[in-house]
Design a protein around this ligand. Structure first.
Ligand SMILES: [Zn+2]
Length: 440
C-alpha cells in the first residue's frame, strides 16, 4: 500500500482538465501538497493507505476557484460609497479615503478579511492590485492562501510610493523577496492607461518581457475612458497599449467592456487574456464585456471579483453564474457561455492568465492540491440532474464546505482553520469607526 496524506471521496468530481465530464465514484489522492491521482474509489482504497479520509457524500469536488482580479484590502471599504459612477467614486470617495487611511496595518487587516471571505467561498488563488504588496503577500502566506501579488504602478504619490520609479523599485524588491515561494507569484500592475504615462508603461513592458511576468491592468473599463484617451492621445487605450508593445500573451486586460470587433481580433491574435468582472461592471454601470465573442475568437477569458468596494462581495461562484447569464443577454443567445465554459473561466482560464496553468486550475496529477468541495443537496438544490448545472446555476457560496490549498485543509466543513472570526470582525469594526470619523 502507498502511504499518502489525504484521500477525498466526494459524490461527484469535475476535474476541468483533461475532461469536464462529471465523474461519480472517484476519489482524489493527495500527498505532500500535490495531486497524486484521481481514480475510482474502490481502486484508491486498494492502492493507498491515507493519513486522513474525507468523505463528502452530497458534494462535488472541483479545482479551487481563481479570482483573477481583486484589491483585497478594499474589503474595509465594503459599502463605503455605493451607487456612484466610476470616476466620481474613485476621485471623490475612494482615493481621498485611501490617502487618509491606507497603511501597512490597514492593508494587513483588509487583506486578511478578504482572504477569509474568499476561502469561505471556495477561492484558492487571487490576483491582487494594491498598495503594500509585501503586506498582501505576508497575509497570504500566513493564511496558506495562493496569491499573484501586483507590483502596483501609478504616477501620483500614495502611502506606498512617491512616483513611478519608486513604485517599480519597491515592487521589484517584493518580487525578489518572494521569488520561488510556493504560494506567491507576482504581476506588474500598472493601474490603468489613464493613470500611467507612456514612459512608465514602456518601462513596465521592458521589465515584464525580461522577467516574463504578466501585466495586470484595468483597460477599457468605461466609455468615458475611451473618449478621454481619444482626446488626450488621439487613440483608444488598447491601441495605445499596443503601440507601446503591451498587447502580448502576458497581458491581463481587466474589464474590457468597451471592445470593437477589431480589438477582439487583436487580443486573440496577440494571445492576450481578458479578466471579466461582471458584478463590478454592473454596479458601476461600466458596460458589458462581449465574452461570447471573445471566447469564440479564442481569447482566454478569466473571472475576477474586483474589490469589495465595487462589488460588494468576493464571491467567484456568483461571478461564474453571472458571467454565464450576462453573456447570454449580451449575445442575445441562450447558448452563449454554457455552464462548462463558465467553470473553465473560474478555474483553468484564471490559471492561464496568471501563467500558473502548470500548477493549478484543474485536478490533474502532479498539480498542487488546490481543491474546493461544494455541497449540492438540500431543499434549495434538489433535484440534481446535472452537477455541473447545479454548480453554476444553483449553488451559492454558503454551500462551499471544504478548501485545500497545496494540500492544507484551510476550510474544514465550513470552519476556517487558520482564522479567528471574532478577531477579524473586531479589526473590521476598528477600521469602520475610523472611516466613519473621516467621512463626517
Ligand atoms: Zn479593479
Amino acid at each position: 500500500m502507498e502511504r499518502i496524506d489525504t484521500l477525498i471521496t466526494p459524490r461527484w468530481c469535475i476535474a476541468v482538465e483533461p475532461t469536464m465530464q462529471v465523474q461519480e465514484g472517484v476519489s482524489l489522492a493527495v500527498d505532500k501538497g500535490r495531486i497524486v491521482a484521481l481514480l475510482p474509489t474502490a481502486e484508491a482504497l486498494g492502492r493507498f493507505s491515507p493519513g486522513a479520509v474525507h468523505e463528502r457524500p452530497d458534494h462535488v469536488l472541483i479545482p479551487g476557484l481563481v479570482n483573477a482580479h481583486t484589491h483585497a484590502a478594499m474589503n474595509l471599504f465594503r459599502g463605503f460609497a455605493d451607487d456612484i459612477p466610476l470616476r466620481e467614486w474613485l476621485e471623490e470617495h475612494i482615493w481621498p479615503a485611501e490617502g487618509r487611511w491606507v497603511s501597512p496595518e490597514f492593508v494587513a487587516d483588509g487583506t486578511r478579511l478578504a482572504i477569509a471571505e474568499m476561502l469561505r467561498g471556495g477561492i484558492t488563488c487571487f490576483a491582487d492590485m494594491y498598495y503594500f504588496p509585501d503586506v498582501v503577500a505576508d497575509a497570504a502566506v500566513a493564511a496558506g492562501m495562493r496569491a499573484a501579488v501586483g507590483m502596483i504602478v501609478l504616477e501620483f504619490p500614495t502611502a506606498w510610493a512617491q512616483d513611478a520609479g519608486e513604485y517599480l523599485t519597491k515592487g521589484l524588491a517584493v518580487r525578489d523577496r518572494f521569488k520561488g515561494h510556493p504560494l506567491i507569484t507576482t504581476t506588474f500592475a500598472p493601474h490603468a492607461p489613464y493613470t500611467v504615462g507612456d514612459e512608465t508603461l514602456q518601462r513596465v513592458r521592458q521589465l515584464a518581457d525580461q522577467l516574463e511576468v504578466p501585466v495586470h491592468i484595468h483597460v477599457h473599463e468605461t466609455a468615458h475612458e475611451i473618449s478621454e484617451s481619444l482626446s488626450q492621445y488621439g487613440r483608444r487605450p488598447l491601441a495605445r497599449l499596443e503601440g507601446l508593445g503591451l498587447v502580448t500573451p502576458g497581458l491581463m486586460a481587466v474589464h474590457a467592456t468597451q471592445l470593437d470587433g477589431d480589438e477582439i481580433d487583436g487580443l486573440a491574435r496577440a494571445g492576450a487574456h481578458v479578466v471579466h468582472c461582471p458584478r463590478s461592471n454592473l454596479k458601476l454601470a461600466s458596460g458589458a464585456c462581449r465574452v461570447a465573442e471573445l471566447s469564440e475568437a479564442g481569447v482566454n477569458v478569466a473571472l475576477g471579483t474586483d474589490g469589495a468596494a465595487s462589488n460588494n462581495r468576493l464571491d467567484l461562484l456568483a461571478e461564474m453564474q453571472l458571467a454565464a447569464l450576462l453573456a447570454k443577454l449580451t449575445a442575445a443567445d441562450a447558448c452563449a457561455v454554457p455552464a462548462a465554459e463558465a467553470l473553465r473561466m473560474a478555474t483553468i482560464n484564471g490559471a492561464r492568465a496568471l501563467n500558473l496553468e502548470q500548477e493549478i486550475g484543474s485536478l490533474t496529477p502532479g498539480k498542487s492540491a488546490d481543491v474546493t468541495c461544494i455541497a449540492l443537496a438540500g431543499l434549495t438544490q434538489d433535484p440534481v440532474f446535472d452537477p455541473l448545472s447545479a454548480l453554476v446555476y444553483t449553488a451559492g457560496r454558503e454551500q462551499v464546505s471544504d478548501v485545500w490549498i497545496a494540500g492544507q485543509h484551510l476550510l474544514n466543513q465550513g470552519e476556517l482553520s487558520r482564522f479567528d472570526p471574532a478577531d477579524l470582525r473586531a479589526r473590521a469594526d476598528h477600521w469602520q469607526q475610523r472611516l466613519l470619523e473621516f467621512a463626517l
